[in-house]
Design a protein. Structure first.
Ligand code: GLA
Length: 408
C-alpha cells in the first residue's frame, strides 16, 4: 500500500514537473504585452558575461526568446558599468598619447578603454530581439576602477583635483554616449536601443540624508558638484529624447528619501543654467524591497518624486522573502506593489511610474543569495523573483501570475 502510494506520488510529481509551464508556453501570458498600455516599458535585468569567455543568460537562445516574449526593455546587470567598460580589472590602465580638453578648459591624458566588445554584442542581441535597454550606469562609487580617480591613473597615487576629475568625468560620459550613438547609427538606422540612462547611482548614504561618504567621487568633491556635472555632461552628449535618471535604493525610508529629494533639487536648479544646463527626467527607485516593506511608504515615495516634476522608473525590483518563503505570500507582495505602480502610473497629465524592471530572471541567479547579501536575510535562501529555473526551463511562480493579474 505504502509502496503503491509512493509510486503514485513520484509519478504525479514527475508528470507535474514535466508539464510544468515554461515562460515560452503559449498558455503563459506575456508580461510586456499585459502592461503595454499601462507603462512605457516593463522588463528584466539579466547578465551577459564577457564576450567569448563566460557568456550566459542573454547569450543563450532560451533567454533571448523568453525576453523577446516578456520584456520590452532590459537592463544589463553588469556590462554597462564603468568597471566593465573600463575593463581594467583592478589594474592601472594604459595611458594613451591622446588628450581631451574638457569644457572646463582642463586638458587630460586619456586612458585606454577596452570594454566595448560585450556592450556591442549585447546591443546586437537587443536589436535582433526587438528589445530596448536602460543604460546602467555612468557615475557610481562602486564597480568603478579606483585608478580612474587617482593621479596618472595609478590606484596607489593620491586623488586628482576636482578640476581634473570633472574633465575625466566628461571624457568618460562623452566616450560612452558617443560610442552608443555611433553603434545605433551604424547598425540600427540611428534608432535608439538605449532609451534611458542611470546617470548617477546611489549617491545618498545609508540611514542618512547626506551624500554617501564612502565614495571616491565624494572624497574628491565633498559636495554635489560631481552629480550636477554628470547630468550636465549626460545632457550635452546624450540624444535629447533619451531619458536621464538618478537611481537609488531605500526610497521608502523617509530619512534617506529626504536626501534624494535635496539631490534632485540641486540638479533641477541647474537645469536653468545658460551655460551647459543639467537635465534630469526620471527618478529611479531601485526597489530591492522585502515582503515587509509597506506599500504606503512606496506610494509616498513615488508621489514625492513625481511632485518634483519627474517620472519614476522602478529600476531593480526584487522582493526578499526573508525567513520563510511562502509562494502565496510573495505573490501577494508583488500584487500589492504592482497595484500601487498602476495606480501611480504616468498619465498625459500626471508624472508617475512609466517603467518597471524586475532585477533578475530567476531565483537561482538572484544576487540576494550571494555571500554578501544573504547575511542580511539571516542566511536564509531567498526566492525573490517571478520565475524559478528547472531543467533549463523558466517556470512562472504564483508571483508571476499575481503581477499579470494585478492589472485587472
Ligand atoms: C545595486 C546596483 C545594481 C546591482 C545591484 C545588485 O542595486 O545598482 O547595479 O549591482 O545593486 O545586483
Amino acid at each position: 500500500m505504502n509502496r503503491k502510494f509512493l509510486t503514485a506520488a513520484v509519478f504525479l510529481l514527475l508528470t507535474v514537473s514535466f508539464f510544468a509551464q515554461d515562460w515560452l508556453d503559449t498558455s503563459v501570458p506575456s508580461f510586456s504585452e499585459t502592461y503595454k498600455d499601462t507603462f512605457d516599458y516593463v522588463g528584466f535585468a539579466c547578465e551577459y558575461g564577457i564576450k567569448g569567455w563566460s557568456e550566459k543568460e542573454l547569450a543563450t537562445p532560451e533567454v533571448q526568446k523568453g525576453l523577446a516574449k516578456h520584456a520590452a526593455t532590459i537592463t544589463m546587470g553588469n556590462e554597462f558599468k564603468p568597471q566593465f567598460i573600463m575593463a581594467w580589472w583592478g589594474k592601472n590602465p594604459r595611458v594613451t598619447s591622446q588628450t581631451f580638453t574638457a569644457s572646463n578648459g582642463v586638458t587630460i591624458k586619456t586612458p585606454a578603454l577596452n570594454g566595448f566588445n560585450s556592450v556591442d554584442a549585447v546591443l546586437e542581441i537587443c536589436k535582433k530581439n526587438n528589445l530596448k535597454m536602460r543604460g546602467h550606469v555612468l557615475v557610481w562609487h562602486s564597480q568603478t576602477e579606483e585608478a580612474f580617480f587617482r593621479k596618472d591613473y595609478n590606484s596607489s597615487k593620491p586623488y586628482v583635483s576636482k578640476e581634473e576629475m570633472t574633465a575625466r568625468q566628461e571624457w568618460y560620459i562623452k566616450t560612452v554616449l558617443e560610442h552608443i550613438a555611433e553603434w545605433e547609427k551604424a547598425n540600427n538606422g540611428g534608432e535608439h536601443i538605449i532609451w534611458a540612462w542611470d546617470v548617477v547611482n546611489e549617491a545618498i548614504g545609508d540611514g542618512s540624508s547626506s551624500l554617501r561618504s564612502n565614495s571616491s567621487w565624494y572624497k574628491i568633491y565633498g559636495n554635489y558638484d560631481f552629480i550636477i556635472n554628470a547630468f550636465r555632461f549626460a545632457n550635452k552628449y546624450a540624444p535629447s529624447d533619451v531619458l536621464l535618471c538618478y537611481n537609488d535604493y531605500g526610497c521608502d525610508n523617509s530619512t534617506k528619501r529626504r536626501g534624494m529629494l535635496t539631490l534632485l533639487d540641486k540638479v533641477i536648479e541647474n537645469s536653468k543654467a545658460s551655460d551647459m544646463p543639467a537635465r534630469i527626467d526620471v527618478m529611479g527607485m531601485q526597489s530591492h524591497i522585502s515582503k515587509r516593506t509597506r506599500v504606503a511608504d512606496i506610494d509616498k515615495a513615488i508621489n514625492d518624486f513625481a511632485a518634483k516634476g519627474l517620472d519614476v522608473h522602478i529600476t531593480e525590483l526584487d522582493i526578499a522573502t526573508e525567513e520563510a518563503y511562502k509562494p502565496e505570500e510573495l505573490a501577494d507582495a508583488y500584487s500589492n506593489v504592482f497595484k500601487n505602480y498602476v495606480k501611480n502610473r504616468k498619465t498625459d497629465s500626471n508624472h508617475g511610474v512609466s517603467c518597471v524592471t524586475i532585477w533578475g530572471l530567476n531565483d537561482e541567479s538572484t544576487w540576494l543569495n550571494s555571500p554578501d547579501q544573504i547575511k542580511w536575510h539571516k542566511n536564509k535562501t531567498q526566492y525573490p523573483l517571478l520565475f524559478q529555473l528547472e531543467n533549463n526551463k523558466y517556470i512562472p511562480k504564483p508571483a508571476f501570475y499575481a503581477v499579470i493579474n494585478a492589472l485587472n
